[in-house]
Design a protein around this ligand. Structure first.
Ligand SMILES: NC(=O)c1ccc[n+]([C@@H]2O[C@H](COP(=O)([O-])OP(=O)(O)OC[C@H]3O[C@@H](n4cnc5c(N)ncnc54)[C@H](OP(=O)(O)O)[C@@H]3O)[C@@H](O)[C@H]2O)c1
Length: 256
């Protein structure tokens, strides 16, 4: 179970280490690459109700590389499995999740795997002649706010559970630290791999590591999963309250 307690910059590692088995394996004190970069300031989610909030799911190298030549420059089967499970699992079995992606990421998905099954695929393009074919599980939008507004309005508001922004670089550079972002699930690849697409570091004045998996090694690449959640600061500005499992993380305990 997730713990309920007040944590601050000195003891949140202890909270994480005594927390749950979200990834199906015991949580460790995270060796996340952002953990040393604390800063203390006021924060909070001020996203308007007219837009859905969202979570980011991404895999990144040490220097925050995420892609090369329009593809993933690594083969990590368990990461793909994790991605599918986190983006597909819902807290309400009558609903499905939405995945928002840039047009180039859509193009990078092999034909036989797109649209990503069991999820509403929202493809972002500024082009009025966008080549993405509409189908039952695919919609196109001209901006991130318009996609979040669409998902917050009928009929999607009744059908969609969680919203995940899944890349690529252009989309994540805008969305990763946006006010509507509730959590960032990062596959932290412990290697420098040649990339041409990069994302920013997690803003630790806004997000804190919530949990981390045991490390995995596949194809000689070591990596682990870290979830960062948006924090609510108290009035003193030097501690944060985590009072319960964030509702948007529900269902995570079934993973892996
Ligand atoms: N490691 C990971 O977890 C991960 C995840 C996903 C993707 N990737 C990698 O990332 C790379 C692709 O990223 P990328 O940055 O080149 O492209 P991208 O972000 O996937 O897509 C860029 C396209 O999205 C549209 N777009 C961008 N910003 C928009 C906005 N604000 N509103 C509306 N439309 C917008 C534009 O489409 P139009 O040109 O049609 O206007 C733009 O050309 C690939 O290498 C892929 O494999 C990695």
């Amino acid at each position: 179970m997730f713990s309920s307690r007040i944590i601050n910059k000195h003891n949140f590692n202890a909270v994480i280490s005594t927390s749950s088995h979200v990834f199906g394996c015991p949580y460790l004190v995270p060796s996340c690459r952002n953990c040393r970069e604390f800063s203390i300031m006021e924060g909070g989610n001020i996203h308007p109700d007219s837009q859905k909030t969202y979570q980011v799911v991404v895999a990144a190298t040490r220097d925050m590389g995420i892609g090369k030549n329009g593809k993933l420059p690594w083969k990590l089967p368990s990461d793909l499995k994790f991605f599918k499970e986190i983006t597909t699992s819902t807290s309400d079995p009558t609903k499905k999740n939405a995945v928002i992606m840039g047009r180039k990421t859509w193009d990078s998905i092999p034909l036989q795997y797109r649209p990503l099954s069991g999820r509403l695929n929202v493809v972002l393009s500024r082009s009025t002649t966008c080549s993405v074919a509409s189908s039952e599980n695919v919609v196109t939008c001209g901006s991130i706010p318009s996609a979040l507004e669409l998902l917050a309005s009928s009929p999607y508001s009744l059908e969609i559970d969680k919203v995940f922004v899944i890349g690529g670089g252009q989309i994540l550079r805008e969305a990763m630290n946006g006010t509507g972002c509730e959590a960032i699930h990062m596959t932290e690849i412990d290697a420098n791999i040649d990339c041409d697409t990069f994302i920013p570091h997690v803003d630790l004045s806004v997000f804190r590591p919530w949990c981390s998996s045991l490390p995995l090694t596949e194809n000689d690449i070591r990596y682990h999963f870290v979830s960062y959640v948006r924090v609510i600061w108290n009035m003193k500005g030097n501690s944060i309250a985590v009072t319960e499992e964030p509702s948007f993380l529900s269902g995570r305990k079934t993973l892996r």
